[in-house]
Structures are given as structure tokens and as C-alpha cells.
Design a protein around this ligand. Structure first.
Ligand SMILES: [Zn+2]
Length: 368
């Protein structure tokens, strides 16, 4: 709807930048890449147009064209599904795919020993060939026990699960919470207003009183982060990869502080270049300081344009990059991003070495 009035709606407003600055498109990354956060089996929601199981040869050709050596596929699940996911990707190409197992969230509401049950499930999954565990954000946000009480992330009943992951030496890729704005009122001050309008079920609001596990509403963002920090501290022998920049890309001070405190805490950068790229100075320092704990990842279904955007973001000092690969106003916040211009030794670790080290840890070769 064209409008020349002095009043237009936010939906109509799509300013075109008049800025002219150097732009460097990157076809291939400077070093080989491991995408440590992606979904090749349809995700927790099952198959969609976006996330689905790929014909392997087609996927390998796509990966080769953008120098992606390996993908961590977080869609393994367990049992028969895990078997078929591993047989499809990892067995024929163990150097190109690492399948991560999942948890049976539906079981938590009926099984009082859910921690022991999931620990056993993980043992079975790793024996089948799973090379990591994916834990989803429903833990802490929605999962309730047999009494109907919300299960905090640092709930002691899950101790056996985390300890088993440590014992088997498989990393736990864990997604806590979501962008901070998803926990804020949906008013004119919310920086993700448009995104929440389109996806009302991403809004975790209203917030319940702190610590009230019987309450039907959501815990606050900060309460979830406090639980997460407890979890990392308590299970120091377990390697945790915090999804989406340690689940708190808006506050790299928090992520860096907890990384300093917890040597078992890693972070992938998937789906958060929009956050990292609006704080290029702070983000650059964060990458340099924590270069041994940051993993490349996209969480965007393998896509050549997305990989190239990430490479450009990490490798160049380009300014005012549109993070929407279709060139539209980015839906996840109305701002452009700035390249990080990372040095080679940092890039090599973030692209490849850190992720590779985590799945070739001490037991990996013994597990059959
Ligand atoms: Zn994901």
C-alpha cells in the first residue's frame, strides 16, 4: 500500500539506505568450516519445507561449494529415529556429519525418575553412535513434573543425565531462553515487536513471581540465566555448548564472565549475527578473548546465501550489512550489522578447530 501521507504504519516503513561504502562478498571462507548448530532431520517439530531430511549427495555438494566440511545435526532424537538419522548421514560420511541425540520431553510429566531415564536413554544413544546431546529450551520454560511444577534448568533430578554426558565425554548443546525482548511486554518499547506480532507463541510473558514453580506464567529471562549458570558450575566435568552465543548474545559481558568462571562452557554463534553485528567492537573483543570456546553455527537449514553472509560478517570490516539474505528489512530487529574483521588465528579456531576438538574427545574413538 503506497502512502505519501505524513502518517504511515510501521509495517509500511521500509527505508532504503542511501549509504555508499565498500562491500566485499565472500564466496568461500578463508578456512574450512564446521557448522556446529544445524538441523538435518526436521527439527523437534518434524519435517517442514525449511527443515527436512536431505538427499545426502545433494547436501554434500552444497557443503563443498561453501567449504563446509562438517555439520552437527541436532535432530537425532533417540531409538528408531536416531538409528535412521545416523544411518542416513553419519554412517556413510562420519567425517562430514555428527548426529546429536535428543531427550524425550513428553516423558517428564509422567515419569518421576525422568533424570535417570534420560541418562539411560543417552547411554543407549551414544552406544548407537550419537556424538552429542541436544537439550531444548522447553526445559526451564515449559516442562512440568508429575506434580505440575515447572522443572528448573538446574533441577537436581537431571543431575544423572548431565553427569552421564560428562562421563561419556559427549558435549551437550543446550538452548536456554530466547532473545531477551521475548520476555518483555509487547508494547512500543519492545525491540522485537514485529517478530513477536508474527509469532505470538515466541512471547514468554507475563512473568511469574521468582521461584514460584506452581505458577502458570513464565520465569523471567534473568531467572533462567541464573539457573543456567548454576548448571554450568555444578556439572563442571560436562561440556556445555550454549546455543545462540551462550543464550545471551545481548550481553556478552555475562557470557564472557561465565566463560571465565566455567571452563566447560562453550558457545555457538548460530542465529545471532544480528545481535553480534550491532556491537562490533564488543563482539570483536569477545571473539579474541574467548577464541577457544566459540563455535561457528547457523541454525538456518544449509543455505549457500546464509553461509556467505556469515563469512562476510566474520571476515570483513564491511559496514551496514543487511542480515536478511533477501534484502528486506531484517525481521529480527530493525537494524543493520557490521563486520568483525577477525584475525586468521581466531577464525580458524571458531570455524573449525573448537568444534572438531569437542567431538574428537577422549572417548569418541572407543564408542562403537
Ligand atoms: Zn537450533
Amino acid at each position: 500500500m503506497e502512502s505519501s501521507n505524513s502518517e504511515i504504519t510501521l509495517r509500511e516503513y521500509a527505508p532504503r539506505p542511501m549509504l555508499t561504502v565498500p562491500a566485499h562478498e565472500i564466496d568461500r571462507p578463508r578456512f574450512d568450516v564446521i557448522d556446529a548448530h544445524n538441523h538435518l532431520g526436521g527439527g523437534v517439530f518434524g519435517d517442514s519445507d525449511y527443515f527436512h531430511r536431505w538427499p545426502v549427495e545433494q547436501l554434500l555438494a552444497l557443503m563443498d561449494s561453501v567449504s563446509v566440511r562438517m555439520i552437527f545435526d541436532l535432530d537425532g532424537g533417540w531409538g528408531e529415529r536416531l538409528r535412521s538419522e545416523i544411518a542416513h548421514y553419519q554412517e556413510p560420511h562420519p567425517d562430514r556429519f555428527a548426529v546429536f541425540a535428543g531427550l524425550d520431553y513428553d516423558n517428564f510429566a509422567s515419569d518421576p525418575n525422568f533424570g535417570e531415564t534420560e541418562a539411560r536413554r543417552l547411554r543407549d544413544s551414544v552406544a548407537q553412535g550419537a556424538r552429542g546431546l541436544k537439550a531444548w529450551k522447553v526445559l526451564g520454560l515449559r516442562l512440568r513434573d508429575t506434580q505440575g511444577r515447572l522443572i528448573p534448568i538446574d533441577d537436581e533430578r537431571l543431575g544423572p543425565l548431565w553427569e552421564t554426558a560428562g562421563e561419556l565425554d559427549v558435549p551437550v548443546l543446550i538452548h536456554i531462553a530466547d532473545p531477551v525482548a521475548f520476555f518483555e511486554p509487547l508494547d512500543r518499547f519492545n525491540e522485537r515487536w514485529e517478530e513477536l506480532q508474527e509469532n505470538p507463541d515466541w512471547h514468554f510473558y507475563p512473568i511469574r513471581p521468582k521461584g514460584d514453580l506452581n505458577h502458570p506464567d513464565f520465569p523471567s529471562f534473568q531467572e533462567l540465566m541464573d539457573q543456567f549458570e548454576n548448571l554450568l558450575t555444578r556439572h563442571a566435568k560436562t561440556t556445555f555448548i550454549g546455543a545462540h552465543v551462550g543464550c545471551y548474545a545481548e550481553n556478552l559481558g555475562w557470557v564472557g564472565r561465565v566463560m571465565d568462571k566455567c571452563p566447560n562452557f562453550y558457545a555457538d554463534i548460530s542465529a545471532r549475527i544480528q545481535e553480534l553485528g550491532r556491537q562490533p567492537v564488543t563482539a570483536h573483543e569477545f571473539f579474541v578473548r574467548h577464541q577457544d570456546r566459540i563455535l561457528f553455527g547457523t541454525d538456518a537449514a544449509p543455505d549457500v546465501a546464509v553461509y556467505r553472509l556469515y563469512y562476510r560478517f566474520l571476515e570483513t570490516r564491511d559496514e551496514y550489512i543487511n542480515s536478511d539474505t533477501r534484502g528486506e528489512m531484517p525481521g529480527n530487529g530493525r537494524w543493520m550489522i557490521y563486520g568483525l574483521d577477525l584475525p586468521d588465528d581466531v577464525l580458524r579456531k571458531v570455524y573449525y578447530d573448537n568444534a572438531h576438538r569437542l567431538i574428537t574427545a577422549r572417548h569418541a574413538s572407543e564408542v562403537k
